[in-house]
Design a protein around this ligand. Structure first.
Ligand code: THU
Length: 299
């Protein structure tokens, strides 16, 4: 089995170690999909302005994004590359000796920003975006739920084969979580109290959601930083929490409402507070003993 030929277009400085791992992941895409014919793709590593321009020209969407895929094969709706050898062979190019699957554009600034946001390495983000893009070039999509699950399963299969599984939560250290809480604090909207609060919520799947307090002229409608982070996480599909870091000017354990909302999802999670360079930690169950939760109505 030969690997994936990649025609690299590198418009922005990229770590060679990352490129080597990307090549390995691209090879693995063909192995995991069980594609028997030699294949080739073009991968352009670009900046946000370039990807925005491509997005605008080809999809009439005038904004930057992390990855864009342009498959050269039109796959039947229920098939992916492994089951479409004849279609792949239509894309055979004598000069390269491979079937051309299509073009990918990946934004290097997005790799950096998303790695920081998810609390993992740039290497992992780069490999993930490449695998995601190649899956599109192999006929996968995520428009409806069934397709999306098939695509996610294939991505996981490829990533675990190249040993880039999701980070375990413990690998995202507390210092990082605390600094993300401090960063979120800078986005606080608190003109009435002048008491900015930031939060960073670490989910068991490794994702981190930031939140800040958002006040309102109708005071009672203000939302705390912790609940902003929780609602962002839950609405994005992450409901298992490992820890939350909270930053404020003074020591600020979560208010009663936030303790109750956190308790709904993770009664034993860790809660870290930071103020003026200090850090303290407690378990949520210490902050909300005998809390009322989802099981309380059944036992
Ligand atoms: N606040 C939080 O964001 N989290 C808490 O746990 C306590 C209070 C916010 C709400 C309001 O915007 C400001 O702090 C002052 O109460």
């Amino acid at each position: 089995m030969q690997g994936m030929q990649i025609d690299w277009i590198i418009n922005t400085q990229t770590d060679p170690v990352i490129l080597t791992q990307m090549q390995k992941a691209a090879d693995q895409c063909l192995i995991s999909e069980n594609v028997k014919v030699p294949c080739m793709i073009s991968v352009c590593l670009c900046d946000d302005e370039q990807i925005r321009e491509i997005n605008r020209q080809h999809r009439s969407i005038d904004r930057s994004t992390d990855v864009l895929s342009f498959p050269s094969v039109t796959y039947p709706s229920d098939r992916t590359a492994a089951a479409c050898e004849a279609l792949l062979k239509n894309e055979y190019d004598v000069d390269t000796g491979a079937c051309f699957l299509g073009d990918l554009f990946i934004s290097v600034p997005h790799i950096q920003a998303q790695a920081a946001q998810y609390g993992h390495s740039e290497l992992r983000e780069a490999v993930y975006l490449l695998v995601h893009g190649i899956c599109h070039l192999m006929g996968y999509d995520h428009i409806d739920a069934a397709e999306k699950e098939k695509m996610r399963n294939m991505e996981e299969k490829i990533l675990s084969a190249v040993n880039i599984q999701r980070d375990l939560p413990q690998q995202t250290d507390d210092e990082k979580l605390l600094s993300l809480a401090c960063e979120a604090m800078t986005r606080s909207y608190s003109p009435y109290s002048s008491y900015p609060v930031g939060a960073a919520l670490l989910c068991k799947n490794g994702r981190i959601f930031q939140g800040c307090n958002i006040e309102n002229a109708s005071f009672g409608l203000s939302n705390c930083a912790e609940r902003t982070a929780v609602f962002k996480a839950v609405s994005e599909g992450s409901t298992s929490f490992e820890a939350i870091a909270i930053a404020a000017r003074t020591k600020a354990w979560p208010c009663g409402a936030c303790r109750q909302v956190l308790n709904e999802f993770a009664p034993n999670m860790r809660v870290l507070v930071t103020w003026d360079g200090n850090v303290e930690e407690k378990q949520l169950s210490e902050l909300l003993p005998e809390g009322f939760g989802p099981d309380s109505m059944h036992t």
